[in-house]
Design a protein around this ligand. Structure first.
Ligand SMILES: Nc1ncnc2c1ncn2[C@@H]1O[C@H](COP(=O)(O)OP(=O)(O)OP(=O)(O)O)[C@@H](O)[C@H]1O
Ligand SMILES: [Mg+2]
Length: 266
């Protein structure tokens, strides 16, 4: 079943056409990579489909309904959740608080509920805390829960961002460069978490420049170039495509090297 689909999404900033008619279709349960050169329009695409920016033209459908230019809080309630290229964690709050407050957008857990000084409020708070702790333990951040987010490593902060998104129960989880600035071991760890969540049924679109890791992780790769889709298909075929090599990678990826590496790790 198609979970997410965009047709002809366009966005310009003054004279600059950042998105030039983006057509993408994602099935439920897919794990998809979105790549392309700096400035190709990848983040702008996420911004337009998640209601952070208003697109100039085109349609976005999600989970059977037209959600074109719906606002981001509402989209999150519908199950479309994203993380940001630049970390949005609140540096002076603890890791646990960062995860707890992410749930504020969740249905029934809004500010109004908190103002109603009832038992219900404490119950909701308790549930949020329990859920936050479960997530932090699952992602091996439990031991850091009382540390302020500004003091944890960049890699842990990326995992924290993912936990914050997961508090919103995504059906479709859009990740903008989850591996950026993260060491190799943590990239493997994050990949493993993504893979597990995908096995449990969560659908992903992941923007990344870490091509080597992405090719091994995803089922499908989409290439954005100058605001439009240049290639879309099997990851290994896409990275071997001459046009993709020309506009993005510069030279072919050494896929044999990866196979050798995997063999030596086995
Ligand atoms: N808010 C904005 N105002 C003006 N121009 C913008 C804005 N956001 C993006 N752009 C421009 O739109 C184009 C696409 O940018 P975008 O950030 O979507 O690229 P990207 O593919 O995410 O690149 P990167 O891989 O470097 O993150 C770039 O030329 C960028 O400078
Ligand atoms: Mg970007």
């Amino acid at each position: 079943m198609t979970l997410f689909e965009t047709n002809g999404v366009e966005k310009s900033f003054g004279g600059l056409q950042a998105l030039n008619g983006v057509n993408v279709s994602i099935d439920e349960g897919e794990l998809v990579g979105l790549i392309g050169p700096n400035g190709a329009g990848k983040t702008t695409y996420f911004n337009c489909v998640t209601g952070l920016l208003e697109s100039d033209d085109g349609t976005v459908r999600f989970n059977g309904q037209d959600v074109t230019n719906m606002d981001s809080a509402e989209l999150a309630r519908e199950g479309m959740v994203r993380t940001f290229q630049l970390s949005r964690t609140l540096q002076t709050m603890t890791v646990r608080e960062n995860v707890q407050i992410a749930a504020m957008d969740h249905p029934g857990e809004n500010a109004l509920t908190a103002f109603r000084q009832t038992d219900e409020m404490y119950e909701v708070e308790e549930q949020i805390t329990e859920r936050a702790d479960d997530l932090l333990n699952r992602f091996d951040l439990g031991h850091l829960k009382d540390t302020t987010a500004g003091k944890i490593s960049g890699g842990d902060r990326k995992i924290l961002e993912i936990c914050r998104g997961l508090m919103l129960d995504p059906k479709l989880f859009l990740l903008d460069e989850p591996f950026a600035g993260v060491n190799e071991a943590t990239v493997e760890e994050i990949s493993k978490y993504i893979k597990n969540l995908n096995d449990e049924g969560m659908t992903f679109v992941i923007i990344e420049h870490g091509l080597r890791e992405l090719v091994q992780l995803v089922d499908r790769l989409i290439v954005l170039h100058e605001g439009a889709v240049l290639a879309d298909g099997d990851p290994y075929e896409v990275v071997s495509d001459e046009q993709v090599i020309n506009v993005y990678m510069g030279k072919p990826m050494n896929l044999d090297e990866d196979t050798e590496k995997e063999a030596s790790n086995a």
